[in-house]
Design a protein around this ligand. Structure first.
Ligand code: G6P
Length: 367
């Protein structure tokens, strides 16, 4: 490959670092400030067609599936269309019901994941309409979808995906904005989301500026054999992706849980040697999230909190990472960035093969 690692020790570090620039590039030409919506010509869907969808179904594998869960939430919040993400690897085997008024979205960095490509074919065979959120131009999934949104993240070499996931988050935000603005999303909300998207590159930069501190916390976490990642609603897909990234490259057992479900089971496992990474954004659930994290502390657990400036974390304050507050619907995109750095620096501390973790492939093109 002609992609250079540059001054970074690993492709993963390079790909994390270039996100402010690549996200700015992805947004270029896609924000329509005249009508306060997104310009996504590649979708090949007219406003009338966009309005006719009554449901959105998102399909992807691995990290793409988790970001798909974020995408479903964004679409529900901004466009008020029922939306749901499912692992493409499961969908393809369960004789799914394909509906004519559902917009199917296949999400994939490589565009070559066999499970996702098969799901696309199955949808098409049954007359469904499927668009792609794909990074690699001209890839199998990009070609087979009727239209789509290219992620324009540039080549991603590290097996553990970082920038492509951020771009998927941005892609879903654009799609949600477009679907919202042909429905009930107001001009003011359209402007608010556009302004939030425009701030993303600088906000990502601000998270990256805190890398040293995050690396210190990651080193601490790397000594644990087992960890929990918790979050709820918008924070839950962030926790799922955080756990996934951590286990992929640090080989530590990491389990994501809904913060609200902790008390229904995993609390029994909390002890000093099993730390918890808790997503505690500044939103309508902050107090509840805090109370749950304090229960973890009360049982002798250690907690790293991923939060927003100004949130009073009380006893959790000494192990906090703050990301800039953007717009509430877009915040999860930024909350994922510290997860990348936690996983990366844990693997660095453990001296592992970061760009090529054992047993994993960048894209799984066979069953
Ligand atoms: C593989 C990779 C994962 C990736 C998944 C989907 O399992 O190891 O990191 O998330 O495939 O890849 P895609 O290219 O479809 O996004």
């Amino acid at each position: 490959d002609d992609v250079e690692i540059g001054a970074h020790g690993h492709f993963m570090a390079k790909e994390i670092a270039e996100q402010p620039e690549t996200v700015a590039r992805m947004l270029r030409g896609r924000l329509d400030t005249r009508f306060d919506t997104a310009r996504l010509d590649g979708l090949n869907l007219s406003p009338r067609e966009l309005r006719a969808f009554r449901r959105v179904k998102i399909l992807g594998c691995g990290s793409a599936y988790y970001v798909g869960e974020l995408g479903a939430l964004m679409i529900e919040e901004l466009a008020r269309i029922p939306a749901h993400a499912e692992a493409a690897s499961e969908f393809r085997y369960r004789n799914p019901i394909i509906e004519p008024d559902t917009l199917y979205v296949a999400v994939s960095q490589s565009g070559e994941t066999a499970d996702t490509a098969f799901a696309v074919r199955e949808i098409k065979r049954k007359g469904g309409q499927v668009v792609g959120l794909v990074n690699v131009v001209g890839s199998t999934i990009a070609r087979e979808c009727e239209g789509g949104i290219y992620l324009h993240a540039g080549p991603e070499i590290a097996v553990a995906s970082t920038k492509a996931l951020t771009h998927m988050g941005v892609g879903f935000a654009l799609l949600a904005l477009l679907l919202g603005r042909v429905r009930d999303l107001s001009v003011a909300d359209g402007q608010r989301i556009i302004a939030g998207l425009e701030r993303l590159p600088a906000d990502i930069e601000a998270v990256l500026a805190d890398e040293e501190r995050i690396a210190g916390l990651a080193t601490e976490l790397s000594s644990a054999d087992s960890l929990f990642f918790i979050g709820r609603v918008r924070g839950y897909p962030v926790a799922r992706e955080g756990a996934q990234k951590f286990k992929e490259i640090s080989y530590r057992h990491a389990e994501a849980y809904q913060t609200s479900e902790l008390k229904h089971g995993p609390l029994a496992l909390i002890e000093e040697s099993r730390p918890t990474v808790a997503v505690i954004p500044d939103d309508e659930l902050t107090d509840r999230n805090l109370a749950a994290a304090e229960q973890v502390l009360a049982r002798g657990g250690r907690v790293v909190a991923i939060s927003h400036p100004g949130v009073d974390l009380g006893p959790l304050d000494d192990r906090r990472v703050d990301v800039p507050r953007n717009e509430v619907e877009l915040d999860p995109i930024l909350l994922m960035i510290p997860m990348q750095l936690l996983a990366y620096h844990a693997a660095v501390a453990l001296g592992l093969d970061i760009d090529k973790p054992r047993n994993l492939a960048k894209s799984v093109t066979v069953e």
